[in-house]
Structure formats: C-alpha cells, structure tokens
Design a protein around this ligand. Structure first.
Ligand code: CA
Length: 229
C-alpha cells in the first residue's frame, strides 16, 4: 500500500503542484483547503504524514497542530512563510516534526518527507504493547495509562515506543539518541534527558505511576516497580 499524505494548504495551485509531485513519487495524497476541514480529516482518517500550512482560513495551522497533537502522533511537517521564525519555534514547541520554508524546492520537500517517514516507528498492524499500566498502540499512535489517554508529540511517542520495546533493559543516552533521533542528529545530547522529563510528567507524574527509571551514570530503563514487565 502506498504511504498516505494529508496536505492541508489553501493555495490551490501550490497544493495541486505538490499533490502531482507526491503522487508521481508513489504517495497517495489527500488535500484539504482550510484548517477546520484539515483537522477533522486528520483526526478521522489515518495518514502516514501530514503537510500543514500555517496561514490557513477558518483555523490556523498552529491551532490545527495543537488540537491534533492532543490525540495523534502522526508526523507533521509545517509549511511556513519565509522568515517566520516565531512560527517555526511555536510549531516545533507544539509538536511539529519539521518545517520547510516557502518557496521550497520540491526535492527538499521530498527529502524531508522521507526523513520524517523513516523516523516513524515501524509498528506492524495492530501492534500493541504494554509495560505495567502503560499501553501503546503503534498502529493508532495512541498511548494510555490505566486506560486514560495520554497526548504525546511524535518524538515522545517514538522514544516511549523504543523504551517499551526494550522494557527491562537499561538504555544509554547514546543508544536512545542514535535510535530515536538518528545518527545525523546535530543537537544537544541532553535532549534525551529533556524528553525523558516530558514523558515522566505526562505518564508517571500525571497518573501517579512509576515506569521510567534513571540508572545513574548509565541511562534509563522502562519497567514497573516490581521489575515485572
Ligand atoms: Ca496559506
């Protein structure tokens, strides 16, 4: 099955051009021309990736992203206007995976799409797993703790999934960084600690459980308190 992309973009000529190029590359593409329709489509149907313009009628892209991220972890690439630095910062804070500045070369967009899709966890259909009270559904991109849904960003989801797949095994920062962020990651190495902190807040602290453990000087491990996973 081709990978599916939802394109939310109100400039119809640009949307048609991008659709044509993506279809040519073998993706299946759906278009929405305003924010509200785009959000509804993104929440209702399942896509491998979302391309989201920021300046949109009825609901702007950042608001679409904010509401979308409460429920789903599908990768999102923002389409931003030139030099809209605040949009980029806000977008990444809101849970975008990447952004591309208009006007862009189609080759650059294709490269970013490939990267974003590659970073996605390779969950088999219906792939569900649990560690104690934490359940993760890789297909639906949902996480629950004691049955209550947890809203994670795409990166938080990838980190959690990798830790759950390796539950009970102590994972070093370097391992997490190279696996979840990729070997080409050029940012700060303490990004792992930052994201572990986000996960702890959303999972352990918000639900009064203890699943994410620090092993001093070594790394992190996901397990339930009594060591049974
Ligand atoms: Ca626009």
């Amino acid at each position: 099955m081709p990978q599916s992309i939802l394109l939310i973009e109100d400039e119809e000529s640009l949307a048609r051009f991008v659709e044509l190029e993506l279809t040519h590359e073998g993706y299946s593409v759906r278009k929405c021309f305003d924010g509200r329709e785009g959000l509804e489509t993104a929440l209702r149907d399942s896509f491998d990736l979302i391309l989201l313009d920021i300046m949109l009628p009825s609901l702007n892209g950042l608001e679409v992203l904010r509401r979308f991220r409460r429920e789903k972890s599908t990768p999102v690439i923002l389409l931003t206007a030139r030099d809209a630095v605040m949009d980029k910062v806000n977008g990444l804070d809101t849970g975008a995976d990447d952004y591309i500045t208009k006007p862009f070369a189609i080759e650059e967009l294709l490269a970013r799409i490939r990267t974003a899709l590659r970073k996605q966890p390779a969950g088999a259909a219906g792939d569900q797993m649990s560690v104690g009270p934490v359940c993760l559904d890789a297909l639906r991109h949902t996480v629950t703790v004691n049955g209550a849904p947890v809203a994670l960003t795409s990166r938080e989801f990838q980190l959690l999934q990798y830790m759950m797949e390796n539950a009970g095994i102590v994972l070093s920062r370097e391992t997490l960084l190279s696996t979840v962020w990729g070997y080409d990651y050029m940012g700060e190495t303490n990004v792992v600690d930052v994201y572990i902190r986000y996960l702890r807040q959303k999972i352990d602290e918000a639900h009064d459980v203890k699943t994410l453990h620090t092993i001093r000087g070594v790394g992190y491990v996901m397990k339930t308190e009594d060591n049974h996973v």
